[in-house]
Design a protein. Structure first.
Length: 121
């Protein structure tokens, strides 16, 4: 999996933060194997002075084999926290999308078509 970093207006993300986020991405997405080809990490310091202190935004754009690009966004008080939250969202989205695809491919039964036992109705 290739990880590419993008930021606006010359903003930079500390090397230590990049290393931690990349490690989190690699560990969290390992179960999807070669399905995830590239993840672009877009980080911005919105510095909007928001009342909740979540001034940093991280958007992850994942190129997944056989799918359109999948994107998630998360806000946090630091770039690292925003990115780690975005990784969790991406894992959830990939699990949902790829899991549903696997169910359709393997002909899994829908819960709506399972037989009901006597006395439960």
């Amino acid at each position: 999996m290739d990880i590419q970093w993008r930021s606006k207006h010359g903003e930079t993300v500390a090397d230590r933060t990049q290393d931690r986020v990349e490690e989190t991405l690699e560990q969290s997405l390992a179960r999807f194997g070669d399905r995830v080809m590239t993840v672009e990490v877009h980080v911005a310091d919105e510095a909007s002075g928001s009342s909740d202190g979540n001034d940093h935004r991280c958007t992850l754009d994942a190129q997944v084999t056989g799918h359109k690009n999948l994107s998630v966004t998360n806000h946090g008080p630091s770039a690292e926290e925003a990115c780690v939250g975005a990784v969790h969202k991406l894992v959830h989205l990939l699990t949902s999308r790829l899991g549903k695809e696997a169910d359709r491919r393997h002909g899994s039964e829908s819960i709506r078509h399972l037989p009901v036992e006597e006395g439960l109705v």
